[in-house]
Design a protein around this ligand. Structure first.
Ligand SMILES: *[C@@H]1O[C@H](CO)[C@@H](O)[C@H](O)[C@H]1NC(C)=O
Ligand SMILES: *[C@@H]1O[C@H](CO)[C@@H](O)[C@H](O)[C@H]1NC(C)=O
Ligand SMILES: *[C@@H]1O[C@H](CO)[C@@H](O)[C@H](O)[C@H]1NC(C)=O
Ligand SMILES: *[C@@H]1O[C@H](CO)[C@@H](O)[C@H](O)[C@H]1NC(C)=O
Ligand SMILES: [Ca+2]
Length: 591
């Protein structure tokens, strides 16, 4: 008998022995302590073995996530802390380890949203999405003080002084460390050090940026990534939130929530059918951009009952919608409101008319456009986007203010200057648009990148721009179709018809969302089963549970009729061209 076969038998029996252990056998503080990575496992990091917690959970029902299907799971909830030599910090990590009989040699690292580095430690967070596929799933607190603490509350030590440790942990270090430690913990815990451990990353929004931060730096770290709507090109992304409000201020017109809602409804109604299917979903915002004339809405009547509210401000890490008592609204859509909308959609330009950035797609219920009702004056007023404002105060001006008090004195050129300043300042931490992924490609890593086409917080053209940058940098000598084909062998990008920011769209409920992404990715990585289209699931409304294909860029969806469920994925150069922008306000390339 050859040595290889002996090894296989020995290995097999070892993992069988381990697989027969019950969750309760291994989910103890003493067993986890014995499974911790060695003290010198990562240079400069010391684990605190006295900090270990371990608690078994069985028969936990998981439901209603956009990022994974419903399931019932068992897991061991483990936390421990570590410190960086010389920093005097304390970083907490949390792992959910599946029952030994369910472990499938997989590890999943997850990220956060807004200014949060994780998506919460509860059953509605990101960790169940790994456990249900037999993966150990992990998250970190970044060393910010607790799993609930966001980087924005620690980024300044005092006015004027950046907390660089927190910045780099948030930028990319934190996710890297929770992964390296988690993979080692996994192999020691299940005694599978001789078996290939498949490792994955999943995250959306800031979590998408965190994923990008890893694939741009650590080509060997994961076998596959699913990244949604990454908040990358951070300086541009954060400052552009202020553009919509600036257009309102410049024109001195603040559309009411009802007037704005009417403009949105009219846009959706006019553009719905351009994709071939009348389903309330703007599946082709590019055709909408080319063929819908906003002026046609001027004079349309609108009315809303009292207390009409839209879910206005997207607050980092969840947040609360604010409830304002609003009287009934009634009127006709004004030319001013339409001008504000047109300028908003045209995207940031400087005072010389040069393009600084791009905006959201028509049909997207842009958060930044929301105004606020002043019940004292009975007027609608500017509501400065706190996503944009907080970035300017905390990360550029370095003062502890959670928003700009107003946009007084702010011009289009101010936005450009802020972008340029932040771009330089955070190029190596938050910008996250390094376009050369040669090492990642050579390591055989697979990337599924998606973006809701009707994203209301991160323009979907932002993801298109990065994908195109990678293609142009990596395959300069090839024809367009050859380069898309080569790139698509390992990195695929999908615009999700109708979807909002990392979620289905309440205003277009019949659109799909890629809820089964991790499973699709696992099949691609472990079985070589590459997706041609991405599987989408309709998550809300009367069609909930139905599937709909999502086309891979640069192909665009086109339905043959309203009865057709799946689109054909077609090539349409004119449409593709509407997604590409020349940011000629800058001399440097913007990836
Ligand atoms: C896991 O343990 C940590 C530390 O005790 C705790 O904060 C977290 O809430 C626990 N998770 C669950 C699902 O109970
Ligand atoms: C827009 O459409 C939504 C959904 O149908 C509806 O609830 C809302 O009242 C409409 N807005 C206006 C101003 O008519
Ligand atoms: C409107 O909202 C306010 C505050 O949220 C509440 O006190 C009031 O009862 C509401 N009015 C109606 C008509 O629902
Ligand atoms: C920091 O700066 C802000 C804005 O200027 C100011 O309101 C605040 O009082 C300052 N905080 C401290 C501790 O000085
Ligand atoms: Ca449609």
């Amino acid at each position: 008998m050859g040595a290889g076969l002996w090894a296989a038998i020995l290995l097999g029996s070892a993992s069988i022995a381990q697989a027969t252990a019950s969750l309760n056998d291994v989910c103890t503080v003493s067993y986890v302590k014995k499974s911790l990575p060695a003290d010198d496992f990562i240079s400069g990091i010391a684990l605190d073995s006295t900090s270990v917690t371990a608690q078994p959970f069985t028969n936990i029902k998981i439901a209603s996530s956009n990022f994974y299907p419903d399931a019932t799971i068992d897991f061991c909830n483990v936390t421990f802390a570590y410190t960086h030599s010389g920093r005097n910090d304390r970083v907490l990590v949390n792992y959910w380890l599946p029952a030994p009989s369910k472990f499938a040699n997989r590890f999943l690292a997850t990220g956060g949203g807004g200014y949060a580095i994780n998506s919460g430690t509860t059953t509605t967070g990101s960790l169940p999405g790994g456990v249900m596929y037999g993966a150990v799933a992990g998250l970190t607190d970044g060393g910010f003080g607790s799993f609930e603490t966001q980087v924005s509350s620690v980024i300044l030590k005092e006015n004027g002084t950046i907390n660089y440790d927190a910045l780099f942990m948030f930028g990319y270090e934190g996710i890297h460390e929770v992964t390296i430690l988690g993979k080692e913990l996994t192999q020691l815990f299940y005694k599978t050090s001789d078996t290939k451990l498949y490792s994955y990353y999943q995250g959306c929004s800031e979590g998408g940026r965190e994923g990008m931060s890893q694939l741009q730096r650590y080509p060997d770290q994961f076998d596959g990534y699913t990244v949604g709507a990454p908040a990358f090109r951070f300086a541009f992304q954060q400052v552009q939130h202020l553009w919509a409000g600036l257009q309102q201020k410049n024109l001195g017109y603040y559309p009411s929530s009802c007037e704005y809602s009417k403009i949105m409804n009219a846009t959706i109604a006019a553009c719905d059918g351009l994709d071939g299917k009348e389903d309330g979903v703007v599946g082709r915002s590019d055709l909408c951009k080319m063929h819908f004339d906003l002026d046609s809405v001027v004079g349309e009547p609108y009315s809303c009952p009292a207390n009409f509210t839209i879910n206005v401000e997207y607050s980092p890490g969840g947040g609360f919608p604010s409830f304002v008592s609003i009287p009934p609204q009634k009127g006709k859509v004004s030319q001013e409101a339409v001008e504000v909308m047109k300028n908003t959609l045209n995207g940031p330009h400087d005072s010389k008319g040069r393009r600084v950035y791009f905006s959201y797609q028509p049909g997207a219920y842009i958060d930044d456009s929301a105004t606020q009702y002043n019940s004292q004056t009975g007027e609608w007023e500017l509501d400065v986007s706190s996503l944009g404002g907080e970035f300017v105060t905390m990360f550029i001006q370095l003062v502890e203010l959670d928003n700009l008090p107003s946009l007084n004195g702010v011009t289009a050129d101010t936005l450009k200057e802020w972008i340029y300043k932040a771009w330089q300042k955070y190029e190596d931490t938050l910008q996250t648009t390094w376009p050369d992924l040669t090492d990642l490609q050579e390591a055989g890593v697979k990337v599924l990148h998606f973006h809701g086409e009707q994203d209301d917080s991160i323009p979907s053209a932002s993801s298109v721009r990065y994908y195109e940058s990678v293609r142009n940098i990596m395959y300069p000598g090839l024809s367009e179709s050859e380069s898309y084909e080569k790139l698509g062998e390992w990195y695929k990008f999908f615009l999700v018809q109708g979807a909002a920011h990392c979620s289905p769209n309440v205003a277009q409920p019949n659109g799909p969302f890629p809820q089964t992404n991790l499973e699709v990715l696992i099949d691609w990585v472990e079985k070589g089963d590459a997706p041609t289209t991405l599987e989408g699931t309709i998550i809300q409304g009367q069609n909930a549970g139905k599937k709909q294909d999502i086309c891979a860029w640069p192909l665009r969806p086109k339905w043959s009729s309203s009865k057709a469920e799946n689109p054909q994925c077609v090539h349409d150069q004119q449409s593709v061209d509407t997604w590409l922008y020349d940011l000629n306000a800058f001399k440097l390339p913007v990836y």
